[in-house]
Design a protein around this ligand. Structure first.
Ligand code: PNS
Length: 165
């Protein structure tokens, strides 16, 4: 029985995230998508919204569930019987940071990390770039699932009406 975790901030979830989760769901018995809660960082989307959106876009994958978690990822993995963390690797730029996290997590509890090569269609895609492009009115259609695009549009319109002071 192989249960794995796909952790991230998912602010917002992108088609790149969905691609990785879909591909790993075809290999593992169970996939837990873990929305990491970072109290020091105010996201564009509330954590609950990210969970809701991820639950919706993975609803067709019966062996995928979505959870939120605050704390060390390895503690979540231990508590949930997760044997491996799965991450997408876009390019060399991701590698240094991901390697150090993987080695730290392995050092802490022995949880393994497995990397999937990102589909080249999504090699340039990140949540932060999606947010930036969308904030300035750029077109992110095709980069995020339709439900995410709709929510982003709503949140950004609200932010424009009520600028942070
Ligand atoms: O989508 P992101 O922001 O690249 O995801 C990073 C994430 C959430 C996977 C990473 O920051 C994480 O695992 N955070 C949980 C806290 C933790 O375990 N930190 C030590 C990592 S070695």
């Amino acid at each position: 029985m192989l249960r794995v975790a796909c952790p991230g901030s998912f602010d917002p979830p992108t088609n790149g995230h969905l691609d990785i989760v879909t591909r790993v769901a075809a290999i593992a018995d169970e996939v837990v998508v873990v929305v990491s809660v970072n109290p020091a960082k105010r996201g564009l989307l509330a954590v609950e919204e990210r969970v809701e959106l991820l639950t919706g876009i993975t609803a067709h994958l019966p062996n995928v569930r979505v959870e939120q978690f605050q704390g060390l990822l390895v503690d979540f993995c231990r508590a949930q019987g997760v044997r491996a963390v799965v991450k997408g690797l876009r390019a060399a730029g991701d590698f240094d940071y991901e390697l150090r996290m993987a080695q730290m997590n392995q050092h802490l509890t022995g949880v393994e990390t497995m990397f999937l090569a990102t589909d080249p269609r999504y090699a340039f895609l990140s949540s932060s770039l999606v947010k930036e492009v969308a904030t300035y009115g750029g077109d992110v259609d095709g980069l995020v699932p339709p439900s995410v695009l709709a929510r982003l549009t709503t949140r950004l319109a609200e932010a424009r009406e009520r600028p942070a002071g």
